[in-house]
Write a protein that binds this ligand. Structure first.
Ligand code: AKB
Length: 317
């Protein structure tokens, strides 16, 4: 990994991943790819090159890859689960037509490609507890359909053309830097903003609904480590279960209330998000990631809550 293109560099993952790669990969050039209307700002803009990189424009991607001699592409362009239910055709266009554009450029230019999958790639018939690496994937959301197809297409390009595709299945990601937009797990970020700002939190997900979650520093570590893993050890590629914590709204609100006793929460269930959440795993088994590339998260629930609150207090108060 030396010359890297991050597509979706101003989004929830991209904004932090681009900065981490610039800091931690010596001698690298990390191009921040963005779409018009979501331009990089501040440090992201100043610390390296940026280019318009719309996954739906294959020629535009090919030009950037050639110009910067890109060897690794992080493809983070996606509509998240709830918004993809509102705009299924757009989700298909970005997630699938966009992916094949990237894979074609990667085939021609011999780039490695990371396109994340998600807990959203599972569905109601998947075993929900200790969800295995290799299991039934029959999601009913458009987001889930595109994530399963992403895994299959990425593997196809590896087996047929030797394109070095690798990825992880991200849980809900929690970060104090950039807000997610339109996901089912967003509540687990929003509750912190309400708690720190002293506002009542209206929870769209029912008590008792468990989902895998992960603190952003662990998610970024997973994204970097999988691309640097020894390929001879990889039995799987697209995509690895990675897990660090699983909770429901009662557990996360209790953990925050231990530090901010004034937090008030009431439920107003969003039926679309609830149906999606009910179909997702409660907790994934990530033993293949641990065995094949030494995956190990650093943050459990308490460590994550402490760090989130400290950082949001600095940011918001
Ligand atoms: C979403 O909720 O849509 C995402 C995801 C789990 O992939 N955060």
């Amino acid at each position: 990994m030396k010359n890297i293109l991050v597509i979706g560099s101003t989004g929830q993952i991209g904004s932090e991943l681009t900065m981490k790669l610039r800091r931690e990969i010596p001698g690298s050039t990390v191009v921040a790819g963005y779409i018009p209307g979501a331009e990089p700002k501040g440090e992201l803009l100043k610390s390296g090159p940026s280019e318009v990189a719309d996954v739906r424009d294959g020629q535009g991607l090919a030009d950037i890859v050639a110009r910067y001699d890109i060897d690794t592409v992080y493809n983070l362009a996606a509509l998240l689960s709830a918004v993809a239910e509102r705009k299924p055709l757009m989700a298909w266009d970005i997630q699938m037509n966009g992916l094949i554009n990237i894979l074609e450029v990667a085939r021609e230019r011999r780039c490695a490609v990371f396109t994340p999958s998600s807990i959203g790639s599972f569905g109601p018939s998947t075993p929900h507890k200790g969800t295995p690496q290799d299991t039934i994937q029959r999601p009913r959301s458009m987001y889930g359909v595109t994530k399963v197809a992403t895994e299959l297409l990425s593997d196809y390009y590896f087996f047929k053309y030797g394109v070095d595709t690798r990825a992880v299945r991200f849980p809900g990601l929690i970060s104090h830097v950039t807000l997610p937009g339109g996901g089912t797990t967003d509540y687990a970020v929003e509750i912190f903003y309400s708690a720190v700002c002293g506002e009542e939190f209206v929870c769209p997900i029912a008590a008792g609904t468990f989902m895998d979650m992960m603190y952003m520093p662990d998610a970024l570590k997973a994204a970097v480590d999988i691309m640097q893993a020894d390929p001879s050890r990889l039995v799987h590629r697209n995509a690895f279960n990675v897990a660090s914590m699983s909770f429901d709204p009662e557990i996360i609100s209790a953990a925050i209330r231990k530090r901010i006793p004034s937090l008030k929460m009431r439920y107003e269930i969003d039926p679309v998000r609830q149906a999606i959440a009910d179909s997702w795993p409660d907790s994934m088994d990530d033993s293949c990631a641990r065995a094949e590339w030494d995956w190990k998260p650093s943050y459990d629930l308490d460590a994550m809550v402490d760090d989130m609150i400290a950082n949001l207090r600095r940011k918001l108060l």
